[in-house]
Design a protein around this ligand. Sequence first.
Ligand code: CA
Length: 221
Amino acid sequence: MRVLLVEDDPMIGNVVQQELRDASYAVDWVCDGQAALTSIATGLGYSLVLLDLGLPKTDGMDVLRAIRQAKNDVPVLVLTARDATEDRVAGLDSGADDYLVKPFAMSELLARMRALTRRKEQAVGPNLSNGIVTLDPATHEAQVGDVEVRLTAREFSLLQSLLLRPGAILSRSELENRLYGWNEEVESNAVEFLIHSLRKKLGADVIKNVRGVGWMVSKGR
Ligand code: CA
């Protein structure tokens, strides 16, 4: 899952970027409002935007308004040092989906991100499932039948991408977009490697290959 982090404080940005990567998100980090708008306009399809409000060039609130004016419904979680009620109200009224006041605990940020993603996908419970394989976004555990397996960060990311839309085929480049941020090097056969190790852990039938097109998980039983 690919997220855009908009934060001009290098210390906070570094920590959040690293923690998000450890939690298996692909992260693109930008430091001003202008770069945020440019990144969103590239159409990489972010699953979530983490937006600081006090930003150089274009203020976070203006970034938020521009996103919504463009009819982009990407979930936006505002990270703000501004604790004033009117700022939070203005943020929510301008189209933010949630906010966190700095300093915040990383565990709370991650939980709120999972909740927002769930809402966006209109999922009922916390787990993703196609009726064959079930994935717990909080623990990164997958379950097939009675077998529970722990996945690596990338394996989790890949399976999550497929399980968000069972029956839809994702190409290699679509998967790479969801798995890797800008400055992460992608080995040419990284996706095949991950598919291979997932099949080993979960069984060969769980992920289907559509030759020349990509991969999918079935819509389930
Ligand atoms: Ca700031």
